[in-house]
Design a protein around this ligand. Structure first.
Ligand code: TPP
Length: 330
């Protein structure tokens, strides 16, 4: 695995470079706290951590406007935070509190944040493809220049709905980016055992441009996303991006013994050589964009913000029992 850090787009200056670092750190620290909440049995249910994949959500969302749409997956905390969600309200949702994004009734896999264009996480693999494509169709029909990004894991490449909507998006020239996060594993199975043929060729068959990007390099993801978003906003239709990445932790927080499906050595290599935050930090410092001391101050500020958000969420009230059937549709 290469350890290069220089494949950034030249237009990433200090403000964007440092903000992308901060956003990735926010996601990393948030997820570490989620893992801790699970281990301390403070959080009900499970969560699928985004640690290791931060550069994908951040690189893509930095190329979007606030009123652009995203749809997310079961591994969605990174997408929500990158699109502007509040740390405190996300913790509230995970802890079942009234102030959460779904008033505490959705939990980790159902966070939606319409104010920031996030149409929601989705526990069904491939389940958000129709929603994202519908949002793109709506934007086109309303004559806005909004773009939709559909995040999904490579496991969703086995879901028929993805191909139905990619066909429509291409026929109707919809403003959408299909963003496949290939973290190599569908739960406990390597994707090469579930996905036949050439991955990009699947999108190219519908006549849309398809490309691959290093998902550990936030600058490269940003450049690929910015170009796809411009393509969509300019009326040229859908594109497909496959971001090569890796989840550093288990499929979910309870997946701690992973040696039967991937080696410790493989995990350690990714963490040591392909950590998106370390790579971006090296790019910033080596390139003289900001100093190590400045980034250390960002680390402290992010850590304090996440600690405070969690403390407030832990203190926050649960919904009243009388509200149990409000906002519940199924
Ligand atoms: C339609 C459907 N089938 C099966 C599952 C169970 N399931 C949950 S996550 C997952 C694997 C998803 O892999 P991928 O899409 O690559 O995302 P990742 O977990 O790697 O982020 C499966 C099979 C599900 N949630 N939905």
């Amino acid at each position: 695995m290469a350890t290069e850090t220089e494949v950034h787009s030249p237009e990433i200056g200090r403000e964007l470079g440092v903000r992308m670092y901060e956003q990735m750190q926010r996601i990393r620290v948030f997820e570490e706290h989620v893992d801790d909440l699970y281990r301390r049995r403070t959080m009900p249910g499970l969560a699928h951590l985004y640690i290791g994949q931060e550069a994908v959500a951040v690189g893509v969302c930095e190329a979007l406007r606030r009123d652009d749409y995203i749809t997310s997956t079961h591994r969605g905390h990174g997408h929500c935070l990158a699109k502007g969600a509040s740390v405190e309200r996300m913790f509230c949702e995970l802890l079942g509190k009234e102030a959460g994004y779904c008033r505490g009734k959705g939990g980790s896999m159902h966070i939606a944040d319409h104010v920031n264009g996030n149409l929601g996480a989705n526990a069904i693999v491939g389940g958000s493809a129709g929603i994202a494509t519908g949002a793109a169709l709506s934007a086109k029909r309303r004559g806005t220049d909004q773009v939709a990004v559909c995040f999904f894991g490579e496991g969703a490449l086995g879901q028929g709905v993805l191909y139905e909507v990619m066909n429509m998006a291409s026929l109707w020239t919809l403003p959408i980016v299909y963003l496949c996060e290939n973290n190599l594993y569908n739960e406990y199975t390597h994707y090469s055992e579930t996905t036949a043929g050439n991955l990009l060729a699947r999108a190219e068959a519908f006549g849309m441009p398809a490309s691959e990007v290093d998902g550990q390099n936030v600058g490269a993801v940003y450049a690929a996303a910015a170009s796809a978003v411009e393509h969509a906003r300019g009326g040229s239709g859908p594109t497909f991006i496959s971001a090569n990445t890796y989840r550093f932790r288990g499929h979910h927080v309870g997946d701690v013994d992973r040696s039967y499906y991937r080696s410790k050595d493989e995990e350690e290599r990714w963490k040591a050589e392909r950590d998106p935050i370390l790579l971006h930090r090296a790019w910033i410092v080596d390139g003289g964009i900001a100093t190590a001391e400045e980034l250390a101050m960002v680390d402290v500020a992010v850590s304090d913000e996440v600690d405070d958000g969690l403390a407030r969420a832990l203190e926050a009230p649960f919904p009243e029992p009388s509200e149990v059937d409000e906002d519940v549709y199924a």
